[in-house]
Design a protein around this ligand. Structure first.
Ligand code: FAD
Length: 402
């Protein structure tokens, strides 16, 4: 078996490091932070993400930590329906919501004891002139048959290998929060456990994470919400950001006001929404008998209204593991890396195109329409586009194990 250095211990890096380790590879995981730290709040795991976790052998226990999301449909801020959905979807496209700490724990549990985890290491440069790939933090160097760059949208490795691809603002600001059950508001009877509301440029999604009072495997239940508004990330302290959100979404139909009232500044997580422009032409850079591979946001950060990017990172990890697991360093490994490129680059480009089309309608990005026309487009086109984009993104199967 070969050796791999994985740079970055986010969702993508943890998933691929664990998968390669379990397949018998000798893996070193390098992380800039002083410890392996989960992201905050929660995220949606779409069916493609669940399939990727299954392919990685990490789906055991998922039922205990993930809650199916069954939104009642899509509404305007005044509560008017843009689209109603059946509570139980027959197309198998139900996403799950999972606390990021629970997902992190599942990924960390999947790291085998063969993995050498080194924290407090910031990779700054790569060397492509030798027989094997090499990364360095400026002091020490790490060499392996395979270097996987899973170091996020601002990837230092990608900046050396594909410098034309630069992270740019996605054009909107986004917040997530989980209000823990013990202080989540009691919602009026009949309030659906999940919902989504859209206006021109603004969006609010909520979903229950577990059930109030249930003693599931996760003690991290509550009500998750995500809000986005046009413009750049806000520089103010969280308490001010929260009062701005309450003001921007004032008058939106219940339970949005109640959820924002019950949120505390310490619950609020503002996310930097970044996309790569352009997406790198190649996710693979062969070097000698192995090479460098871009994975997750390092390869294809997208300003993602669907909430698919972490699922794509899991797909990347599952695909890479399947393709390289039995490939010996040398021509077989290089061929496997080319297969990764041929599988992942078109897939990521397709999801990114669909995300851009959605952004045109949801944010008015690149649109020449006036506000009124955008409002009409939102009512007529957005529900169909969201549905089509979600089913296109969900439509992924892991490559067969050869
Ligand atoms: C508002 C919002 C909502 C979202 N909701 C969803 C959702 O519901 N579902 C979904 O699937 N996706 C969602 N996403 C996307 C998802 O959060 C990201 O795509 C995903 O977390 C990316 O994972 P990653 O492992 O590729 O990168 P990252 O999470 O960025 O991890 C990179 C890691 O590398 C480390 N690192 C960085 N540089 C270096 C270096 N030089 N040396 C060493 N280590 C380094 C970092 O410290 C970090 O640990 C959302 C994104 C946003 C902004």
């Amino acid at each position: 078996m070969g050796s791999a250095v994985v740079v970055g211990a986010g969702i993508g890096g943890l998933a691929v490091a664990g998968a390669l380790g379990r397949a018998g590879w000798q893996v070193t995981l390098l992380e800039r932070d002083e410890r392996l730290r989960p992201g905050r709040a929660a995220l949606l795991l779409w069916p493609n993400g669940v399939r990727a976790l299954r392919a990685l052998g990490l789906d055991e226990g998922l039922d205990a930590i993930a809650t199916p999301v069954r939104p009642d449909g899509l509404r305007r801020p005044d509560g008017h329906w843009l689209r109603r959905s059946a509570a139980d979807r027959s197309d198998g496209a139900t996403p799950y919501v999972v606390h990021r700490e629970d997902l992190h724990d599942a990924l960390v549990a999947g790291l085998s004891d063969r993995i050498d985890i080194q924290t407090g290491v910031t990779v700054r440069a790569v060397r492509t002139d030798g027989y094997r790939p090499v990364v360095t933090d400026g002091q020490a160097t790490w060499e392996a048959d395979l270097v996987v760059a899973a170091d996020g949208a601002r990837s230092a490795v990608r900046q050396r290998l594909a410098p034309a691809s630069q992270p740019v603002s996605g054009g909107y600001a986004a917040w997530r929060a989980v209000i823990p059950w013990y202080r989540a508001p009691e919602l009026p009877a009949g309030t659906p456990a999940a919902g989504e509301t859209l206006s021109v440029g603004h969006r609010f999604i909520h979903a229950s994470l577990g059930e109030r009072g249930s003693a599931g495997a996760s003690s991290r239940g509550g009500i998750y919400w995500m809000a986005s508004v046009p413009g750049a990330a806000r520089p103010e302290p969280p308490a001010v950001q929260l009062s701005l959100l309450r003001r921007w979404l004032a008058g939106w139909h219940p339970p949005i006001g109640q959820l924002l009232e019950a949120t505390r500044p310490e619950d609020l997580v503002q996310e930097t929404v970044t996309e790569l422009s352009p997406m790198p032409e190649s996710f693979v850079f062969p070097t000698g008998g192995g090479g460098y591979v871009l994975l997750g946001d390092a390869a294809h950060a997208i300003a993602d209204h669907l909430g698919q990017a972490a699922c794509l990172a899991l797909e990347d990890a599952a695909t890479l593991r399947t393709l390289v697991r039995a490939a010996a360093p040398g021509p077989a490994l290089v061929t496997a890396l080319r297969a990764y490129q041929n599988s992942r680059r078109p897939r990521a480009a397709r999801v990114a195109r669909s995300a851009r089309r959605l952004a045109t309608v949801l944010q008015g990005r690149g649109s020449r329409l006036g506000t009124r026309a955008r409002g009409m487009a939102l009512a007529t086109i957005a529900p169909r586009m969201l549905e089509a984009a979600a089913s296109g993104a969900n439509d992924w199967e892991p490559p067969p194990i050869s």
